[in-house]
Design a protein around this ligand. Structure first.
Ligand code: BEZ
Length: 217
């Protein structure tokens, strides 16, 4: 099954560092970020998971849960979490899925066998640095894949959550490099006449197809 934006996030059962879960029940009525890392006890991953732990309040403010995954077992995860906490001065509180049999990595297409930089010493592919943003209806809204060599920018993931949540509430899109509070773009499906009625803070017409309005935050 090929997962695309708009696909329903496949449901699964898993062991995690916070107990067994059924994924759709775990999501409940929240936004969810499912992200994988290549392996426990590796340097880039240690910095990444420390960053995610430090951003816990930011995720909560956005009604968003996070859940990690790698093809390691629970015992390794637990030991590694102690390292992450020590090195990054955090208390990692989100669950990490133990996908030692790689069932969920297969389901979410997180194993990139073609990338020669993404295999262990035995030639077995790691889970790549995948990110899925999933909305409360269990629909996949963003898919990202990063190479093993490059740690992700989790401020960018938060930025996308802000953009998606705002676009679900208002008929707007967001420009390149947009961040919370910046002007937003009137959705192309809204005429300028209608935009002037529904966006009381005003509409600036740059071109007939590019109309800005102050952020409704
Ligand atoms: C790392 O997290 O540093 C890493 C993991 C797998 C391959 C390369 C780097």
């Amino acid at each position: 099954m090929v997962l695309r934006l708009g696909s329903t996030a496949p449901d699964f059962e898993a062991q995690t560092t916070k107990g067994d879960i059924k994924f759709h029940e775990f999501i409940g009525d929240k936004w969810t970020i499912l992200f994988s890392h290549p392996a426990d006890f590796t340097p880039v991953c240690t910095t990444e998971l420390g960053l995610v732990a430090a951003l816990q309040d930011e995720f909560e403010q956005r009604n968003t849960k996070v859940i990690g995954l790698s093809a390691n077992g629970l015992e390794e995860h637990e030991k590694w979490i102690a390292d992450i906490n020590e090195i990054n001065n955090v208390k990692l509180n989100f669950p990490i899925i133990a996908d030692a049999d790689r069932k969920i990595s297969e389901l979410y297409d997180m194993l990139d066998r073609q990338d020669a930089t993404n295999v262990d010493a035995k030639g077995v592919p790691f889970t790549v640095r995948s990110v899925f943003i999933i909305d409360p209806k269990k629909t996949i809204r963003l898919i990202l894949t990063y190479p093993a060599s490059t740690g992700r920018n989790f401020d960018e993931i938060l930025r996308v959550v802000d953009s998606l949540q705002l676009g679900d509430k208002h008929r707007i899109t967001t420009p390149g490099n947009w961040k919370k509070g910046d002007d937003v773009i009137v959705h192309p499906s809204v005429s300028t006449e209608e935009a002037q009625k529904i966006f009381p803070k005003g509409v600036k017409v740059i071109k007939p197809y590019l109309r800005l309005t102050p952020s409704p935050f």
